[in-house]
Ligand binder design. Sequence first.
Ligand SMILES: [Zn+2]
Length: 158
Amino acid sequence: MIRMACKDLQINKPITCYSLKRNGVTIRRLRGESDVEIQHAARWSDPGRLKTYDLSSQDEAFKLALQKRGIIKADKNTGAILKTKTCPFCNETVGFGEIICPKCKHPLDREIAISEIKKDDEIHQLKQSISNMETKFDNIKSELMKEFTREILKAKSG
Ligand SMILES: [Zn+2]
């Protein structure tokens, strides 16, 4: 029935019951209908099914959250709302979607900036502990070599 309708409308793109159902859920969700209403319309008894179908609104929310944090660039239609921001390092006015300041090359998001600093600290600490370990290892090696040499000399003389 659906396939025939598609043929009549000359839709070449493969279209399935699944994609039709999913689109229906998304439209209903955007209209603000409740889960129960959507479930009823989609004839699902299990509320868990809805979560797997209702991916697009989650994706949108996630994208928006990332945009607000300046992690990803805003879409053209949402970009009009999120215009510009100021670089906390050099006060340059930059596009809201910018991650790195084009002027001073600092990360623009405060959270990102903090995490960058933390990362640098962690790397520094790791490097420090590795070099400490290397020093300890060298000490142990030279101690063992001394011990070994003593043993050899002892064996030769004895
Ligand atoms: Zn800057």
